[in-house]
Design a protein around this ligand. Structure first.
Ligand code: 13P
Ligand code: SF4
Length: 467
C-alpha cells in the first residue's frame, strides 16, 4: 500500500479528532474548515517521521492543537464568541445536546484550559494529557480540577440566567420553601414557610406559579388559583406526612366521629382537605385551635407530634390521627444532649413535628418561620436547630455572625435531617419545568371546590390574627 493510501485510511479513522480540536478554536464554520485543512496538511507533512511516536492519537492531537494555537496567535483572535454564533456552528457540527451545551461553555475558557478539558472529555488518561501538553501528571490533575470547578460555576450562572429570562418571558413567579436547596432558595421570588407560600400563591398576579417545595404545596396553590398554571420541578416530590394520611381512611375516620370539627395540617392531599373544616400550618395551629370554644370536639390530623404539642399548650384533648414526618421523627434526644454538652450555651430550636421528648428539651418550639424569626431577633446567641437543615441557609444568610448547628439525626451515618422529597428539586429541573411548562399540578374540580373552603378559612383567620 502506498503511503498516500495509508494516510488516507488513517484520516478516515482520525478525522473526528482533528475536526473536534479545530471546532474548539474556530470562530465560525469557515474557520473550522480552514483549520481542519491546515491541520491535515501539517499532519501529512510529518507523517513519515511519525513512525517513532508511541500513540498515533496523541500525535494527531498534538499537531492539530499546535496548528490551531499558532493560527490563533497569528490572527490574535479574541477568546469570546457570542453564544448564538457558537450554537449555530454547533448545530452544523454536533447533534449531541449535552456536548453542545458543554462546548458553548468550553469555548469561553481561555485556550490553554480549553485544550486540557478537551483532552479530558475525550477520555485521555492523565499520563496521555501530560504527554500531549508537555507537562507533568500532577500538573494535569491540578489544572483539570480547577477548570472543572470553573465550568461548574459557569454552568450554574448560565442556568440561573436562563431561569430568570424564562420567568420574565412567561410572567411566572417562583415560590420556594425553606427546606429547598440553597441555590433554589436564592433564585426564588419568595421564600417562606407553608403558610407564607399559600398566602403568596393566593395574591400573586403571575400567570404561572412554580412551587419549589413538595406536591401538597403545589396542590394548595392550584386550589387557591384554579385559573393559573401551577408547576412543580419534580412531580415525585411528595411528603411522608401527607402519605401517612390516605384520604379514604381519613374520611372513614371522620365519618365514624360525627359532631367533631376537623382540623387538618396543610401537609395533606387536597382530598383530605376536602373533608376538613379548617386547615392549619405550624405557624397558626395554636391560634386557630384556640379560636374554637374550649369544649369543641376536634379531630386533628395527620401529625401526631404537632397534635400532641397543640394539645399540651392549649389544654385541649383533640382526637389525633396517627401520622408523622419521617425527617422530624428522626431527631433524637440523646444526640441533641450530646451536642448540647459541646455547646452548653446554644439555644435549642425545634419544629413541632419533632417527637414530644425532643420538644421537651427545646428552648423554642415553632414553625420554620418562627424559628428563623427568633434567631434573627437574637443573633448574639448560638443555635442547635432541630428541623430540616435547609432552613440553616436562610438563617446563616440573615445572621452571618451567628453559629447554627444542625441537630444530628438518630442515625449519624445518614443525611436524615434533609427531606429527600424537598431535595428532589434542582436548578436543572426548575429550568426544564419553566421551559416545558410541565410537570403541572392538576386537582379534580369537585375535590378542589371542597378543599378551597378550609384553606381560605385558614387564610382569613390568619389575616385577622395578623399572621
Ligand atoms: P412549615 O413550613 O409550616 O414550618 O412546615 C414544615 C414542613 O414540614 C413543610 O413540609
Ligand atoms: Fe413532608 Fe417532612 Fe418533608 Fe416536610 S419535611 S415535606 S413534613 S416529609
Amino acid at each position: 500500500m502506498s503511503i498516500e493510501q495509508e494516510f488516507a485510511d488513517k484520516l478516515v479513522q482520525y478525522k473526528h479528532i482533528i475536526y473536534k480540536v479545530c471546532f474548539m478554536y474556530a470562530d465560525n464554520k469557515d474557520d473550522v474548515n480552514d483549520l481542519y485543512q491546515e491541520s491535515v496538511f501539517n499532519i501529512w507533512k510529518s507523517y513519515q517521521s511519525f513512525r517513532g511516536e508511541s500513540s498515533f492519537t496523541t500525535w494527531v492531537y498534538r499537531i492539530s492543537l499546535n496548528t490551531c494555537i499558532s493560527d490563533f496567535r497569528k490572527k490574535k483572535k479574541h477568546d469570546y464568541v457570542p453564544l448564538e454564533q457558537q450554537v449555530d456552528i454547533m448545530e452544523d457540527c454536533e447533534r449531541n445536546e449535552l456536548l453542545k451545551e458543554m462546548y458553548s461553555l468550553i469555548k469561553r475558557l481561555n485556550k490553554v484550559d480549553r485544550m486540557f478539558i478537551l483532552l479530558w472529555l475525550d477520555e485521555k488518561s492523565y499520563d496521555e494529557i501530560a504527554e500531549i501538553t508537555g507537562t507533568s501528571r500532577n500538573n494535569v490533575a491540578i489544572k483539570l480540577h480547577r477548570i472543572k470547578e470553573k465550568l461548574k460555576n459557569m454552568i450554574m450562572d448560565n442556568l440561573i440566567e436562563a431561569i430568570r429570562q424564562l420567568k420574565q418571558k412567561k410572567n411566572a413567579v417562583i415560590l420556594g420553601h425553606y427546606y429547598q436547596k440553597g441555590e433554589i432558595q436564592d433564585i426564588a421570588d419568595y421564600v417562606g414557610d407553608s403558610l407564607a407560600l399559600a398566602q403568596w400563591a393566593a395574591r400573586t398576579e403571575a400567570d404561572i406559579i412554580v412551587m419549589c417545595g413538595v406536591h401538597f404545596m403545589g396542590e394548595t396553590a392550584k386550589v387557591l388559583c384554579p385559573d393559573k398554571k401551577v408547576l412543580v420541578p419534580d412531580m415525585a416530590a411528595g411528603c411522608s406526612l401527607a402519605d401517612s394520611c390516605p384520604a379514604d381512611k381519613f374520611s372513614q375516620f371522620v365519618k365514624e366521629h360525627p359532631g367533631y370539627t376537623v382540623i387538618s395540617y396543610v401537609n395533606t392531599t387536597a382530598a383530605v382537605k376536602a373533608v376538613t373544616d379548617v386547615v392549619v400550618t405550624s405557624t397558626n395551629a395554636k391560634q386557630i385551635v384556640e379560636s374554637f370554644p374550649k369544649d369543641e370536639k376536634i379531630i386533628f390530623g395527620p401529625d401526631r407530634n404537632l397534635g400532641n404539642y397543640i394539645n399540651s399548650v392549649t389544654g385541649r384533648n383533640m382526637l389525633l390521627w396517627n401520622g408523622a414526618c419521617h425527617v422530624h421523627e428522626e431527631f433524637s434526644v440523646e444526640k441533641i444532649v450530646e451536642i448540647k454538652q459541646q455547646h452548653p450555651d446554644a439555644v435549642v430550636l425545634a419544629h413541632p413535628e419533632c417527637k414530644s421528648t425532643v420538644l421537651k428539651l427545646a428552648d423554642v418550639v415553632g414553625s420554620t418561620a418562627a424559628l428563623l424569626k427568633y434567631a434573627v431577633t437574637h443573633p448574639e446567641k448560638s443555635y442547635i436547630v432541630a428541623t430540616e437543615s435547609g432552613i440553616l441557609h436562610e438563617m446563616r444568610k440573615q445572621c452571618p455572625q451567628t453559629t447554627f448547628i444542625p441537630a444530628p439525626p438518630n442515625d449519624s451515618t445518614c443525611a436524615c435531617n434533609e427531606c429527600g422529597y424537598m431535595r428532589l428539586n434542582t436548578l436543572g429541573k426548575l429550568y426544564d419545568c419553566l421551559k416545558n411548562e410541565s410537570p403541572e399540578i392538576k386537582v379534580d374540580a369537585e375535590i378542589a371546590e371542597k378543599a378551597v373552603k378550609p384553606i381560605k378559612r385558614m387564610l382569613e383567620i390568619s389575616a385577622q390574627l395578623g399572621l
